[in-house]
Design a protein around this ligand. Sequence first.
Ligand code: FES
Ligand code: FE
Length: 436
Amino acid sequence: NNTDYHQFIDNDEGWVDRRIFWEEEIYEQELKQIFAKSWQFIAHDSMIPNANDFYTTYMGEDGVIGARQKDGNVRVFLNSCPHRGNKFCFADEGNARSFICNYHGWSFGIDGKLGALANEHVYDEGDIDKEKWSPKQARVETYKGLIFATFDQDAPSLDEWLGDFRWYLDMMFDNDGETEFIDGGIKSYVNANWKFGVENFVGDAYHALWNHDSGLKAMNKGEGFGPAVTENSYHASINGHGWEFGTDGYADVVIGGSEKWLNYVRDIIKPKIKEKYGELRSNIFGSLASVSLFPNISFLPGIQTFRVWLPRGPKKLELRVFTIVNKNMPEEIKQEINNACMMTFNPAGVLEMDDGENWEGNTQVNKGYLTRQEKLHYGCGITREIEHEELPGIIYKGQFNDANQRHFYTRWADLMNADSWNDVPTRYRPRHTKNN
Ligand code: FES
Ligand code: FE
């Protein structure tokens, strides 16, 4: 493939080519260059706590099973029978010692290894090497309860992949001990390209002012978004991961949230963050913020929704949403948070519906051949890059800004082009490396 994917994104002029949200060939290249190489989110530890627990999901369009082993480790392997290819597990999740394929009855252990075959007598000695004919296994690594996998043996470690972005992630996933997902993740489908979901969460605070105005007024007794937070707010981008945030500390948890949760953030969480990570991060947590991890994970610190945008072709996505809480929170607070997530960021939630409809429109207009040849504008705040003493990453001033989106697409093009990991540039100045 000789295409230079940087032709689809211009970070200096600030535009993106619409064809990346529509064309099949580009999508095929994404499956190969983005999804088969990047670290993909599989599950949270709390979803499969016990031996033989499993959860099925996708890495790109490759169906996989994530399964807890007796030794506590998680294995991730393709959910496709090496005999004629059918899926051998059709459940979303469960607890099993083995899986048996429907078609001819081959069985697979919870470790993903091929075991007994039904009617094994039809095979002669030497016909099949079971070790060799077991489903492909992925590399698995975890970050603070989040289980990730990649099929790329050459990919950097998960720690390197997250890099300095852990400076931000720690305040979400390790502010007061372990986190957990509340039971009952929800799946839904949107007729939109997967990148529209990711880029919305990576830095599009702007849409909330307009698109969510009525929804917010309905929930907050007539109060809309309030005065836009432009002072003391930033975009931070590291290798395509992006966090946009204010440093005023409170706005986000007010949205659909409760006084109890707000107080809990102020009295319990912020002091812990301050003690562990310092003043700046304790001010960031709970502010109006939204985050995406490259390529397809997003969450909202404060609102506590966590979601994965699974691609289903270039024109459709499968959204899986969860509510994330701290394990040691009182049950009442967990419920307050979950209720707020249900009201806002679930398929029937007020804010999710606002967004999904727009993303479908953004995608489906590209059916028009001429429309598809036009560019999309990503130039907001293009001259606002700053140096910041404490914040790691590429930093732009102001929350209403396209900076994180531009850098998300730059990383996208970097990976789309790369023949090997040596070709993938680091586009920010790493500061919080292992050695300091
Ligand atoms: Fe699975 Fe034949 S396809 S046993
Ligand atoms: Fe939104």
